[in-house]
Design a protein around this ligand. Sequence first.
Ligand code: NG1
Ligand code: ZN
Length: 531
Amino acid sequence: SSLRVVYAFAREMHPKTTDVFIQYGTAGFRTKANLLEHVVYRMGLLAVIRSRVKNGRTIGIMITASHNLEPDNGVKLIDPDGEMLEQSWEDIATRMANVSDNDLESITGQIIKEVNADMSLKASVYIGMDTRYTSPRLAAAAANGVIALKGTPKEFGIVTTPILHFCVKCRNDNTYGVPTEEGYYEKIVGSFKRIRQKLSVSGDYNTTLYVDGANGVGGKKLNIIKKTLDGELDLMLFNLGGNGGKLNLNCGADYVKVSQSVPVGVEHVPYQRVASLDGDGDRIVYYYVDDDKKMHLLDGDRIATLLASYITELLNNCGANSLKLGLVQTAYANGASTKYITEELKIPVSCVKTGVKNLHHEALKYDIGIYFEANGHGTVVYSNEAKNTLKKIDEDGDAEQRKSAQILLDFINMTNETVGDAISDLFLVETVLCARGQNITGWETTYQDLPCRQLKVTVQDRNAIQTTDAERRCISPEGLQERIDELVCKVESGRAFVRPSGTEDIVRVYAEGDTQESADKLAEDVAQAVR
Ligand code: NG1
Ligand code: ZN
């Protein structure tokens, strides 16, 4: 049969060359790039099966290892609404990835039966990749997998992860936009320009923004966008991948956030705001350096509170107070941000387990759900109810109400609701700062972060650590939580937790305290307790 040929082809073209077990984790499969070719080929097969289970709707495959260094790569699947792959399929993906070449045919057949896929249907798969030199080869393997099961691949070449999510969503729901890179610019950047025409640049806001592109795809795309801007924003782009700059090496959002220091490759002018992106353009943090060259970080929590307060203001102005707005964070959210949201903004906040899919799904429970990881991955999602309410106000409201409703509708259009998106988030932040006539220090004064520290600990078996309460407490190994409690007690405003990473073979330690010294010491003491 033709399937026979397919599997023979797999063995020859994309053979499994390793016996190391690989798991579909929080960010799909991620490991050294040279161990991934067979995995990606098989994800091509699986994407076709998934597309058929979804009645021929388009599925996405993104080749990226995000903020990891150049030698790594990864692959993740995108579901029809532009969301992360449904959780129950993660195990199926893991089975597909680990089966031997000899058993690939029978396991694939078994899975097709289990998920009840009608293999006579059409199947459509969108494939995108980041700038890694190993990505084109992997994207080709994915396309081969799609073709093998008679699906139709469409390759987008080098795109940010959120651009691919956006295109998948648009292909399956044409009310959302046009499923091309240009369609993305048209919607996101077009809305930004439209809003700018309604606002005036005033107060302390300055249109100059520096950007650290992490030597990845996000900076490259901003370079395209930059040429279409008309003075609304003056982008000064750094770390675009030229001049020997290495992807994510001592630069990018993850580096800035975790090391709490400025990236290499960026010119630093005191008080100039800088946006730092990660390697695949789905995370963003802001920072500036002061006169003493001290870095001030405005992370994902800070972006979330900025957006939440602005949206709340617009909702009040247009009289749409019945819409329920909520914020979603993880245990990594700075305690000061949670306090500010609850006590000052008086917005409900929930805490979920690390991993974008968890945040996204929790956010969908609100009419307007704002979710951000402290590391800068996040977005806002709006229910149909919210969108319809605002459209109605735009038609029936008084002049003041209509004005706010229109700004909010543009704000929604500027948002990539499918997933956290550095480019979209950048335009959202710039819009709020402009609307408020605020500079980065003005934004910073809303609350003061508690000093914090993140550490990585290498252990024999990271899964020996099991957690509960949205990862804020651990239930095994025995005695560890008691020890952490003892250490936390000794620190003013102390908080600490540990959890196994879903993307690296390490345990992550997080600690907060009233001073940097106490946070550092608490993190070190907890790390010691884990070792
Ligand atoms: P792990 O390695 O599970 O901590 C990291 C990030 C997540 C998420 C994923 C996917 C932290 C502490 N963790 O997960 O928030 O972004 O990568 O990229 O930042
Ligand atoms: Zn990323």
